[in-house]
Write a protein that binds this ligand. Sequence first.
Ligand SMILES: O=c1ccn([C@@H]2O[C@H](COP(=O)(O)O)[C@@H](O)[C@H]2O)c(=O)[nH]1
Length: 476
Amino acid sequence: MGFDKKLENLAVKLFEINAVKFGEFVMKSGLTTPVYFDLRVIVSYPEVLDLISSLLYEFSVKSSSCDHLCGVPYTALPIATLLSVLAKKPMLMRRKEAKAYGTKKLIEGHFKAGQTVLIVEDVVTSGGSVLETVNDIRKEGLVAEEAVVIVDRQQGGVKNLEANNVHVKSLFTISSLLEIFVKHGKVTKETAEKVKEYLKNNQAVKEPTVADAPVDRTKLTYEKREKLANNPIAKKLFNIMATKKSNLCLSVDLTSTSKILDLLTRVGEHICLVKTHVDIIEDFSESFVTQLKQLADRFGFLILEDRKFADIGNTVSLQYSKGLYKIGDWADCVTVHSLPGEGVLKAISASVNGVSKGVFLLAEMSSEGNLITPDYIEQTVKVAAKYPELMTGFVCQNKKTFSDPGLIQLTPGVQLQSSGDGLGQVYNTPEKIILENGADIAVVGRGIVAAKNPEAQVVIYRDALWKAYAERVGAK
Ligand SMILES: O=c1ccn([C@@H]2O[C@H](COP(=O)(O)O)[C@@H](O)[C@H]2O)c(=O)[nH]1
């Protein structure tokens, strides 16, 4: 396989292992970026490490006359090690802090002043991290005038380094990566344009550090997160939650349309979302849908059909838009299992055809003994990242399941007391699911629907959930 093809394969791999992510990432510095690199993950993928080192070797190290290689700590250290073995050239290791005892050395390894060093780095933004390593190396009398990097973020780093007499070669620039991602359908042309626009307006920025990693989404307000959402339904939901001060989704698991409409007339003002199971309704009609939508408009809530699509793409596309229910016509969003693979999201994306709709992907279930594994959850989150415009969020139980602050965690299995229903359902309290488990919206069904006085009960749930959210984000 040729060099360019290998390069393309590597780019796709980096996308697939989430070493590069697109979205709206808020850094601890407060700045936002539409593209985030986390090449620390490559240590978990030996085949990626192998590909990176062989490409860097071909591209730069093979033709370099350097005496030593030195990786910028920490992400580039394993890459520098592999390159040192491939090139049969010794490596130097730069300490981030000089040892407090013994030799107090900053540079480990055997060398002589005047010898040349090739610096290896994963991502260059301002060039600051490479320069720190270059300066420590130069202090030892070594010559550091060349660097090889995996990605140049095109934000002024290469220029800065040239100005400090360090010549940089990069395997990728963000632009070259975007070209490959668009070609392989990994990102849309619109996303690519957004990133290019960002680069144009964000030159000479500070080098991000590990402390600059994305923030904990659960600490951000719904107002802030509305701005970070890509999916229009997620944006609307964040806005409704903030405006109505309600993060309560009512699951109207009733079998008669009049009962559903009657209940929603009584409690609609307190909820941000209603969740239906249209296939349990015995007298479903088009007029029911019309009235449901009127109530949604009147009280300002959205409609989620909990269809849990789980078939091959073609069937899901038919189930979504055809048949008795024509779900795609009236539901703002639907739930989808990731089990069939990416095709199911591709199908809904195509059916939606530019209309504002959303998907909650099931990453976890609330029922005891469900067969979902940690790997399944991880793959679910990965597949969702390929459809940022379609994804409203995840149905899940755990704060750690995903980090994107533009997505919504929808958590069912909520009642005022932790308990079960004897059929596998596990209930947690509003406080636990919001404060500990990271839920953004709580789904309550029988806790309200089966209550003697649903109007009073809905207020108790709404207030408990909102109080927990306010405590979580440090609001009054
Ligand atoms: O993991 C899941 C996914 C979906 N659900 C649905 O939520 C409601 C919960 O109703 P309760 O009466 O509050 O138990 C129901 O419609 C489920 O289908 C879930 O419970 N767990």
